[in-house]
Design a protein around this ligand. Structure first.
Ligand code: NDP
Length: 491
């Protein structure tokens, strides 16, 4: 018998190619029984608390403070004092050292942050490990670089810090949104009062320990927790100079109404209903990967998610067939499993919203496809979903679902694609898939969206500004543009 044949008979060929689970250990994370507010470099005891849970199995994780208007007031006093006591006057090169330190500590503790983010928020560990935490650190590195170059960023305009910034962030990218808010604010010499979302406070609270390690002066960053009432108390506080908000369009509008006439600065990063447009000359397999990444990344809890897919009619059938086949390979399940592609829905309320909108899609006449999928018994889950036969007027084509649900529509010409893509109250992002560079530029000029990705989707970089048109908000975060909301140029 030849050598090769002998070896072959000895190989144990598996009959079943399903993955074994590869759970990330949660031992690296220490969660306290309860948390207070981080104000003036100290922990304040809360009078009232609520429970934060793990959406994968509803396990209670910790008691979290529900900050009142008085608690917010204390945080604002601490921030104001820190601003006046030296932070705003510190040379940019000194502020940069703190930001660099924070970035490095985030990198050193990245595994701890990734596990905690996935546990508290439900996103797959491979996303928190490879996207959220590295990008959060990258934001601090990036803005550390600007801190001593503001005069060059805005020549002849004498940039100065605005004062105390009130920052309110959502639950879909808890640490990353914190970094988007805090890094430019500190680089420009402001101090901060930040509120994480009610359902995902734990990485913001762990970040306070990073601030302690970095020896950031007391009061420069203050973290208060609680629900929308705490957010409203920040918006209403008279001694806050700037509000930065990321969240729903509804709350954003309420904040804008409140801030109008107060002289407070405001930036709003709100919802989206992005068009992902595939032309018939696009590389289809690559486009399918981009579509999947565009809508199923982070369970679709992404403001810039590619939730409306526009396919050129001539490739509609092969593309949808490829997409549906690809969906059968997505692994839905435990966020801490390194094989998981789609994790848990963030909260019971969000799951209910997704279910309601999906039911409306079926009722209005769209065709639903969901791959066969066994969902865990406990926790909040939703099967990745594709709707075809969708009319533009359907709620699933108009409203932000914020879940793993894609609506597929068609077009014939580039003009029609632009017309349909812009037929939304939102304007945060868009994607174009085509081999033709000239067509990419032609489309990008006409799409009313803050970001247009070409032959890719959901790519983020601290050097690239991000923000919306129309009901997706105003103001830009990231890049040199992201400095401007935190600076005044009046004297
Ligand atoms: P919200 O807009 O309510 O939440 C965003 C942040 O604002 C949270 O920290 C929230 O606190 C806070 N907040 C709530 N009410 C007020 C208020 N009156 N004044 C000041 N701050 C307030 O979004 P939801 O979490 O309720 O999600 C609802 C929908 O919004 C989602 O289904 C999705 O469509 C969209 N959304 C869009 C996001 C985006 O990135 N553009 C992010 C999150 C949601 P708390 O968490 O305690 O409610």
């Amino acid at each position: 018998m030849a050598e090769l044949d002998r070896t072959r008979t000895e190989v144990d060929v598996p009959g079943d190619w399903t993955y074994a689970s590869a759970p990330e250990s949660r031992d690296i994370v220490r969660i306290a029984d309860s948390y207070g507010y981080y104000v003036g470099g100290e922990w304040l005891e809360p009078a009232e608390t609520y429970e934060t849970i793990a959406p994968r199995d509803e396990e209670p994780l910790a008691a979290i403070g529900q900050a009142t208007a008085e608690d917010v007031g204390r945080a604002v006093v601490a921030a104001r004092e820190a601003f006046a006591d030296g932070w705003s006057a510190l040379p940019g090169s000194e502020r940069a050292k703190y930001l660099f330190r924070i970035a490095r500590i985030l990198q050193e503790r990245s595994r701890e942050f990734a596990v905690l983010e996935s546990l508290n928020g439900g996103k797959p560990i491979k996303e928190s490990r490879d996207v959220d935490i590295p990008l959060a650190a990258a934001h601090f590195f990036y803005y550390a670089g600007w801190a001593d170059k503001l005069e060059y960023a805005f020549p002849n305009r004498r940039p100065r810090p605005v004062g105390v910034a009130g920052q309110i962030i959502p639950w879909n990218f808890p640490l990353l949104m914190l970094a988007w808010k805090i890094a430019p604010a500190l680089a420009c010499g402001n101090t901060v009062v930040l509120k994480p979302a009610e359902t995902t406070p734990l990485t913001a609270l762990l970040f306070c320990d990073v601030l302690r390690q970095a020896e950031l002066p007391a009061g420069v960053v203050n973290i208060v927790t609680g629900d929308g009432r705490t957010g409203a108390a920040i918006v209403e506080h008279e001694d806050i100079d700037k509000i930065a908000f990321t969240g729903s369009t509804e709350v954003g509008k309420a904040i804008q109404r409140h801030v109008a006439g107060t002289g407070k600065r405001l930036t709003l990063e709100l919802g989206g209903k992005a068009a992902n447009i595939v032309f018939d000359d696009a590389a289809l397999d690559q486009a399918v990967e981009g579509i999947v990444n565009g809508i199923y990344f982070n369970q679709g809890h992404v403001c810039c998610a590619g939730s409306r897919l526009f396919v050129q009619e001539s490739i509609y059938e092969p593309l949808v067939a490829k997409l549906e086949r690809r969906l059968t390979t997505l692994r839905v399940g435990d966020p801490l499993d390194k094989n998981t592609d789609v994790g848990a829905i963030n909260s019971a309320a969000q799951l209910e919203k997704i279910q309601e909108l999906v039911a409306s899609g079926v009722e209005e006449g769209a065709e639903i496809y969901q791959p066969p999928c066994v969902l865990p018994e406990k926790g909040y889950w939703f099967v990745p979903t594709v709707f075809t036969n969708v009319a533009q007027s359907y709620r699933i084509a108009q409203e932000e679902i914020f879940g793993p649900v894609l609506s597929v529509l068609t077009f014939r010409t580039p003009e029609e694609a632009v017309e349909k893509a812009n037929n939304t109250p939102y304007g945060l992002s868009a994607g174009v898939w085509t081999e033709k560079g000239s067509r990419i530029l032609w489309m990008a000029q006409r799409l009313r969206a803050g970001v247009v990705w070409a032959n890719t989707f959901n790519r983020f970089d601290p050097g690239s500004p991000f923000g919306g048109y129309k009901e997706s908000g105003f103001g830009r975060e990231g890049g040199r543009h992201g400095l401007e909301p935190y600076l005044r140029f009046d004297e």
